[in-house]
Design a protein around this ligand. Structure first.
Ligand code: 13P
Length: 287
């Protein structure tokens, strides 16, 4: 059964490790992530962006697929199904569809509006037993070929949003989605430290987990990060393994064109990536 992410993240914060949020794109992704979590006895969060939800034929389809796998694959570790960077309406749709956690990303609104909408959604999520993440500051990333550096969160605004009763908080600290550019300045630990000073026990979330070096990840965890989001790295690993299979001509040997064979190396690459991250984040054996 799906669980809210609150308990697993409170435990992670107290135990000084982080739980990975791995974004899913299809059945192979979901299965690879769930099997790895089970093998490593680790809690896990499956992230679904609005775009991925649409791609997978809607939130209800995703809920059906994930619930089916939990049962048929005998997954007993804690699993949360979480809307990633949800808009106002998507949050309500996911609450309805059976997700166990949502993120409301109101970071592009003026802070007053972010606060008002977050407050309303906290009540709606908690009423149905879901956990909720909010965002302050912006997380950079590539848009139309330009890499935005994001905007560091104001610790006072973080405190304001934390006080609304959110279960965990994403704050921009120089992190960006996708690959980091060569001139990236690194994470702002000063900002992270100031945020934790004001928000206390609240688990903090680090987006853009792809490509952040292990020493920075460890330092971020020591300063209160308890959830780390990874998406692009699984996509790169999947694409590289699939390319290797095709370039070796394996799809043209025997029944190598069978999707169950063709997608197998990519699925294994996702498993290897998830394992590496869970070990780095310290969540192995914490289920
Ligand atoms: P990456 O794609 O950079 O790993 O970021 C994932 C993320 O933060 C999803 O919200």
């Amino acid at each position: 059964m799906l669980v809210s992410a609150k308990e697993m993240l409170d435990k992670a914060k107290a135990g000084h490790y982080a739980v990975g949020q791995f974004n899913i794109n299809n059945l192979e992704w979901t299965k690879a992530i769930l099997q790895t979590a089970q093998e490593l006895n680790s809690p896990v969060i499956l992230g679904v962006s609005e775009g991925a939800g649409k791609y997978m034929a809607g939130y209800k389809t995703v809920v059906g697929m994930v619930n089916g796998m939990l049962e048929e694959l005998n997954i007993t570790v804690p699993v949360a199904l979480h809307l990633d960077h949800g808009g106002y309406e998507a949050c309500y749709k996911c609450i309805e569809a059976g997700f166990s956690s949502i993120m409301f990303d109101g970071s592009h609104y003026p802070i007053e509006e972010n606060v008002a909408k977050t407050k309303e959604l906290v009540a709606a999520a908690h009423e149905k037993g879901l956990s909720i993440e909010a965002e302050v500051g912006s997380i950079g990333g590539e848009e139309d070929g330009v890499i935005g550096m994001g905007e560091c969160a104001d610790p006072k605004e973080c405190k304001m949003v934390a006080d609304l009763g959110v279960d965990f908080l994403a704050a921009g600290i120089g992190n960006i989605h996708g690959k980091y550019p060569a001139n990236w300045k690194g994470l702002s630990f000063e900002t992270l430290d100031a945020i934790q000073q004001l928000t206390g026990d609240l688990p903090l979330v680090l987006h853009g987990g792809t490509g952040i070096p292990a020493d920075m990840i460890k330092k971020a965890i020591s300063l209160g990060v308890s959830k780390i989001n990874v998406n692009t790295e699984c996509q790169l690993a999947f694409a590289a393994a699939t390319r290797e299979y095709i370039e070796a001509g394996k799809d043209q040997q025997g029944k190598g064109y069978d999707p169950r064979k063709l997608l197998a190396p990519g699925a294994q690459a996702i498993k290897d990536t998830v394992k590496e991250k869970m070990e780095m984040f310290g969540s192995v054996g914490k289920a």
